[in-house]
Ligand binder design. Structure first.
Ligand code: HEM
Length: 168
């Protein structure tokens, strides 16, 4: 009876351990980088959605509720974090593929390149629309148009991100 129970415990612990990631410093860094990438994307794309569907139809004055500089600061922070974590993720995914004895195929790099360029477009548009220069004023003159373009680009980025995951 006793040996049966200990056999069952050993079997259960084997099943739990199978497929478990090794929890070390590199693992924590990888999770942190992914979480920060996603949270920054949520801030940028969530803010973009709210601007486009709720605030901008109410007129340019309503867009930032007198707190344009606060939104501009968050656009800057989210952009910096997306770039840093994005490059880190990219390097990590490539080095993991190398360690497994291969490399990611050219279509992966092509899709990543398109995602990166679209991300630069979204970051630029959100930054200029929240800016305080004369150029920013001119962009805000066509707020709806630029917000629609940024929104379409953001959706394309999310589709590309979902596709990139299927390569590894
Ligand atoms: C508006 C800007 C961006 C948005 C909305 C965005 C969104 C996303 C999302 C939703 C994912 C999937 C995350 C996951 O499955 O855990 C992802 C993955 C990724 N992103 Fe971004 N991202 C943006 C900018 C960037 C930039 C600028 C870079 C590079 C510098 C980048 C590099 C990556 C990489 C390497 C991955 C992992 C792809 C893979 O699974 O192979 N991203 N991004």
């Amino acid at each position: 009876m006793e040996s049966e129970i200990s056999g069952l415990i050993m079997q259960a612990s084997f099943l739990l351990a199978e497929g478990m990631p090794t929890i070390d410093g590199a693992y924590v860094l990888q999770i942190a980088s992914r979480v920060l990438h996603l949270v920054s994307a949520m801030i940028l794309v969530g803010g973009l959605f709210y601007l486009r569907t709720v605030l901008s139809p109410a007129g340019e004055e309503a867009c930032f509720a007198g707190r344009r500089a606060v939104w501009a600061k968050w656009v800057g922070i989210a952009t910096a974090v997306l770039l840093a974590t994005g490059f880190y993720n990219f390097m990590l995914i490539n080095s993991e593929a190398k360690a497994a004895g291969g490399k990611l195929p050219p279509p992966y790099h092509m899709l990543f390149g398109v995602k990166f360029l679209l991300a630069l477009l979204v970051m630029f548009l959100l930054a200029i629309l929240a800016g305080r220069t004369g150029a920013a004023e001119r962009f805000r003159g066509q707020m709806r148009k630029w917000l629609n373009i940024a929104w379409l680009a953001a959706i394309a980025i999310v589709i590309l991100a979902a596709m990139l995951r299927t390569f590894h």
